[in-house]
Design a protein around this ligand. Structure first.
Ligand code: ARG
Length: 455
């Protein structure tokens, strides 16, 4: 059975197979598509053909923009519909513009293809999501720093191979995760920089034989500039998703390892921490249970984001040059990667703020063996060669005396050690990530409002 659609007659099964999940996923791209379309028609209206002929007057462009704002508003209210015949948001918008504006609606697609249209949509959508992720990452890094600063003088056994190793502090443990996130933020920023160039005007992948102004559309959409080569502009789709998902996967790796520590160190056998009750769940049979489900799911969700990155890389791995429909299948993992990372980053600050720290348990965990290396280094300070001191302490392990863990960490005062942590410096790094994210978000929203004339 065949159906008539905006772009011709298509067999129903083929239509369902090829449209895939786009009807649902493309809802997220409505705003970006309205922005891209507004920039495109504005550019068309300023273009002059031979004999000073215009494809679209400024008046007409403005009419289209007004309609686009209406469609955007429908989306805000959850009323915008993408039908199966539309296939995707691009054709849904074109149908609606044509229903409303007749011949004018039919001219909107001049000099563009759904290929550069979806490419610009994804870059705009990604720009916002990257900024939101950076902001959420900064909030989590901040919460970790606050925890670390509050308990910076509380001793904690440092471990290697999960075995007790050397005196450490809660401050060192918590702020280490914060610094890891700030490193991950650099990857997100690189991804954002690569993402922030405009692919519009590449059309199907090869440009158009009319004098479009690619600098103008890039400027109207507040990109850093156009992607230069139109073929690259088109096929950077997939590459960009892959880069962004790899960065998101790094964030999730950090969160997953933090979650693992939280699960372990809040077990009764350790008892260092108690997770806030609201962030644990009970059991349907065992009345006493408070389970660390949030942390467990964070581990599992990290696996999903890693798999999303892998999936996108696999899809584009053997893609020939130019647009290929395979790219459509990268949309779901791309969007899932952001959804999971954002949700994970957003649940952490309140959980960390409510974490109960049991100072008594943390101090009780210090056995004399934890001071073995400190003892050897004391002997070194007295003039003994390190290997002799090591051998001596090793031969007399049973003679190691219990010490005061608070004093033990006081001695570790060099740069970056438990008592040499520069919380102001670490906070400044987090703040820089936060302010860049806020600026990016503010600019994105301002660009949207200006293009669509939203008050
Ligand atoms: N929904 C499509 C996608 O995500 C839009 C582009 C379709 N282009 C095409 N040549 N069929 O890739």
């Amino acid at each position: 059975m065949a159906r008539r659609t905006t772009v011709g007659v298509i067999d129903v099964d083929v239509l369902a197979y090829t449209a895939g999940e786009d009807r649902v996923l493309d809802q997220a791209l409505l705003e970006a598509d309205c922005m891209g379309s507004a920039a495109h028609v504005t550019m068309l209206s300023r273009m002059r053909l031979d004999g000073n002929r215009q494809l679209l007057t400024a008046e007409e462009a403005s009419q289209v923009v007004d309609e686009l704002r209406g469609l955007w508003q429908e989306g805000q209210e959850g009323r915008f519909e993408i039908t199966l015949d539309d296939q995707d948001v691009h054709l849904a918008i074109e149908r609606r513009l044509t229903e409303k504006l007749g011949a004018l609606g039919k001219r909107v697609h001049t000099c563009r293809s759904r290929n550069d249209q979806v490419a610009v949509d994804l870059r705009l959508w990604g720009r916002q999501k990257l900024a939101e992720t950076q902001a959420a990452l900064a909030a989590t890094a901040k919460a970790l720093l606050a925890l670390g600063k509050k308990y910076r003088r509380v001793p904690m056994v440092g471990r290697t191979h999960m075995q007790p190793a050397m005196p450490s502090s809660v401050g060192l443990w918590a702020s280490a995760w914060s610094e890891a996130l700030v490193d991950d933020a650099e990857l997100l920023e690189t991804a954002a920089r690569l993402n922030n160039r405009c692919p519009l005007g590449s059309a199907a992948s090869y440009g158009v034989p009319l004098p479009i102004d690619r600098e103008l559309t890039a400027k109207l959409l507040d990109f850093d500039g156009p992607v230069h080569n139109v073929l690259h502009a088109n096929q950077s789709r997939g590459q960009l998703e892959s880069i962004q998902l790899s960065a998101l996967a790094q964030v999730m790796l950090t969160l997953s390892r933090l979650a693992q520590d939280l699960i372990l160190l809040s077990m009764p056998e350790f008892g260092y921490f108690t997770l806030p009750v609201a962030f644990t769940t009970g059991s349907s049979i065992m009345p006493q249970k408070r389970n660390p489900d949030v942390c467990e799911l964070m581990r599992a969700k990290a696996a999903k984001v890693l798999a999303d990155a892998q999936l996108v890389a696999e899809i584009v791995r053997a893609a020939p040059s130019g647009y290929n429909r395979d790219l459509q299948e990268t949309k779901a993992p791309y969007m899932e990667g952001f959804a999971i990372t954002l949700a994970s980053l957003r649940i952490l600050p309140p959980m960390l703020a409510g974490l109960v720290v049991h100072e008594d348990k943390l101090r009780e965990a210090f056995s004399p063996a934890v001071y073995a290396t400190d003892r050897a280094l004391e002997l070194v300070a007295g003039g003994m060669p390190f290997r002799d001191a090591y051998d001596h302490v090793k031969a007399h392990l049973d003679e190691l005396a219990a010490r005061n863990p608070d004093e033990a960490i006081t001695l570790k005062s060099h740069l970056g050690a438990p008592m040499g942590l520069d919380f102001d410096l670490m906070a400044a790094h987090v703040k820089a990530v936060e302010s860049r994210a806020r600026t990016a978000l503010r600019r994105h929203i301002a660009c949207r409002n200006k293009l669509l004339k939203i008050k």
